[in-house]
Design a binder for this molecule. Structure first.
Ligand code: SF4
Length: 185
């Protein structure tokens, strides 16, 4: 089942890349399509599960290390530039600066050192993710059923956080198909 979904995703991405070879815009469209596919399918995939605890205003897990593919980062960079141009004098207009500061704080640290820092993602502004529409697949694929457990884990307590397996699986499938189609192209 997962193999056939992977094949369909891979073909969708391949077709898009082949339609505009070498185009940077095609890579951005590809990434948007990957996000749209995640959002369009995750509801059905997780319909049998309890309601998630995640919502706007809960950035508990946003101090974890987040990985992203290069196309996700390019799309995010464009999104940040747009916000910075629209709101240059506000807190939102300082996003590039926030990224630079976070880079300075965390650069060169390993996973354990980063976790100890508990440095929140630079995109958390007043408790909410300010780049939410452009957040990477890693963030989309991390969904918890227990807000309290998340807070305790982030405070350093040894607790199990119940997370949604379909979110993790779908994120992995889409990201792997995206990588595979890009590598081929
Ligand atoms: S990008 Fe958004 S959702 Fe992801 S870690 Fe940063 S603030 Fe949290």
């Amino acid at each position: 089942m997962a193999r056939s979904i992977f094949g369909e995703l891979q073909q969708t991405f391949r077709t898009l890349l082949a339609s505009r070879p070498g185009s940077g815009a095609a890579v951005e469209t590809l990434t948007e399509q990957a996000f749209n596919l995640f959002e369009a399918n995750i509801g059905v995939q997780s319909a049998h599960l309890p309601v998630l605890a995640c919502d706007k205003g809960c950035p508990s897990c946003c101090a974890l290390r987040v990985t992203a593919t290069a196309p996700e980062i390019f799309l995010l960079a464009r999104y940040i530039r747009q916000i910075d141009q629209r709101a240059p004098r506000t807190a939102l207009g300082l996003l590039s600066r926030r990224v630079q500061l976070a880079n300075r704080t965390t650069r060169g640290l390993d996973e354990v050192e980063r976790m100890k820092l508990r440095e929140p993602c630079p995109f958390v502004v007043r408790g909410a993710c300010i780049i939410h529409p452009a957040r990477p697949l890693a963030c989309r694929g991390h969904a918890s059923f227990d807000r309290r457990a998340c807070s305790q884990a982030m405070a350093g307590r040894d607790v199990d956080v119940p997370v949604s397996a379909p979110h993790i699986a779908l994120r992995g499938l889409i990201q792997d198909a995206l990588r595979s189609a890009l590598a081929e192209a």
